[in-house]
Design a protein around this ligand. Structure first.
Ligand code: SF4
Length: 282
């Protein structure tokens, strides 16, 4: 996972990535997702890493914006090659923001190549649930494409987007929290939204340059607040922290998470009261 502010063209060295995948396999990692920036910029290297993962019994997914799938003639051989190398799933990012730069037809080509070669895929339809997104959703429905709507995460390049005050159910907002690794070998405990909690570095686990993966995974699995996010969910934590329930339901999950855990004062208080929080259940 590359943070958005890396200089263009920076990436993890192939040999280093190969070594890290070996380390990950020894640490018991069962799945790797090759994610943002855009993995298809380095498709030969990614394809080799996918092959290695298959040899090591690791499930693989690539997340892409489909910029490369300009026609079925281009898309078919690439998808077929990845399938042969053992790729398990292709996740296609799609939204009115992505489609300012990439023709929606490309996403269709990539999806149809997956259908043709039997590669598991889905379209991740990033949306702020506004009417503007209706034609984008309809396009997917019209072409019988498997898709799942995903709320836009207001971080990274989307940080400047105007937050829409939504009303959600009073739901728990639990999170699995899979660790992410940057090209600089920093590991964070959650997705790219979490890597942007710059006030507190709440999700920062450490660097693979200093510690083996087992130590970083152990940190992720034993942090008491992380575990409360996994088990209890962010909503009860927000209520415990003093947020009004009427306000809580105006936040999407990652924004609520940010409000709590990217605030140094709130975080210190939650860390201090973690035992009482752990007993905060009905
Ligand atoms: S809610 Fe928090 S832990 Fe979950 S994905 Fe968003 S930033 Fe990460």
């Amino acid at each position: 996972m590359a943070a958005g502010d890396l200089p263009a063209g920076r990436k993890m060295d192939l040999e280093e990535a190969t070594g890290i995948i070996g380390q990950m396999a020894r640490a018991g990692v069962g799945g790797i997702s090759f994610s943002a920036g855009e993995p298809f910029l380095y498709i030969k290297e990614i394809a080799a890493l996918v092959k290695l993962c298959r040899q090591l019994g690791i499930y693989t997914r690539i997340v892409t914006n489909s910029f490369w799938a300009k026609s079925p003639e281009i898309s078919d051989p690439l998808v077929s090659q990845l399938k042969q190398n053992g790729l398990c799933q292709l996740r296609l990012s799609y939204s009115r923001w992505h489609q300012k730069h990439v023709n929606g037809k490309n996403v269709l080509n990539a999806a149809q190549s997956c259908q043709k070669f039997g590669l598991d895929y889905f379209v991740s339809f990033v949306t702020d649930f506004s009417e503007e997104d209706d034609p984008y959703e309809q396009f997917l429905r019209d072409h019988d494409i498997t898709f799942f709507p995903e709320p836009v995460i207001y971080a990274g390049r989307a940080a400047s987007f105007k937050r829409r005050r939504i009303l959600t159910d009073y739901q728990a907002n639990c999170c699995d929290m899979n660790p992410y690794l940057t090209p600089d070998l920093d590991m964070v405990a959650c997705c790219d939204a979490g890597s942007h909690f710059s006030e507190t570095d709440f999700f920062y686990l450490g660097s693979l340059k200093d510690q083996p993966p087992e130590a970083l995974f152990a940190k992720s699995e034993t942090d008491r607040l992380y575990n409360l996010i996994r088990i209890m969910g962010i909503t009860p934590i927000a209520s415990f922290a003093g947020m009004q329930s009427r306000e809580i339901i105006t936040y999407s999950k990652c924004q609520l998470c940010r409000k709590l855990f990217n605030d140094p004062g709130t975080l210190t208080r939650l860390r201090g009261e973690v035992s009482r929080l752990e007993a905060w259940h009905r």
